[in-house]
Design a protein around this ligand. Structure first.
Ligand code: ZN
Length: 143
């Protein structure tokens, strides 16, 4: 884990894309928009945003919306980096993936067989992880 005041240069584009994804968010209940983006090995960037439902559990987090789009983009998609950003009332805020998304990100990493970086703003700076595995120590790995 590295912590920095600004976004590391090699992750600027994916963080910017996650910020653009905030415009796709539908969060009438929490008021918290979350954007996620994945940088693929091909250079392509795929975005996702949270959307909430009146039936609360039916809503989907930005990270899992993004992962679904990555999987739908093709079987050869290899994630190199993931960025997650959030905003409430138009002001940026700290965010880190929820427990379900941590498991989903780790599952995606395990499926592709190579680690990807994860970056999010937290504690007055940006946290960069070298692997999604850092998000979830003692992860559930199935039976
Ligand atoms: Zn989540």
């Amino acid at each position: 884990m590295q912590k920095s005041v600004s976004v590391p240069r090699h992750l600027e584009k994916v963080v910017e894309a996650a910020g653009e994804a905030l415009a796709l968010s539908r969060a009438p209940y929490s008021g918290i928009s979350v954007g996620a983006a994945a940088l693929l090995g091909s250079g392509r960037i795929i975005k996702g945003a949270n959307w909430e439902s009146p039936s609360y559990p039916a809503g989907v987090c930005a990270e899992r919306a993004m992962l679904s789009a990555v999987f739908a983009s093709g079987a050869d998609a290899v994630i190199v980096a993931v960025a997650v950003v959030a905003s409430a009332g138009g002001a940026g805020m700290d965010i880190s993936p929820c427990g379900i998304c941590r498991q989903s990100l780790l599952d995606a990493q395990n499926m592709q067989g190579t680690p990807f970086e994860v970056i999010f703003r937290y504690g007055g700076g940006y946290v960069t992880l070298d692997s999604a595995a850092e998000l979830l120590p003692f992860a559930f790995s199935g039976i």
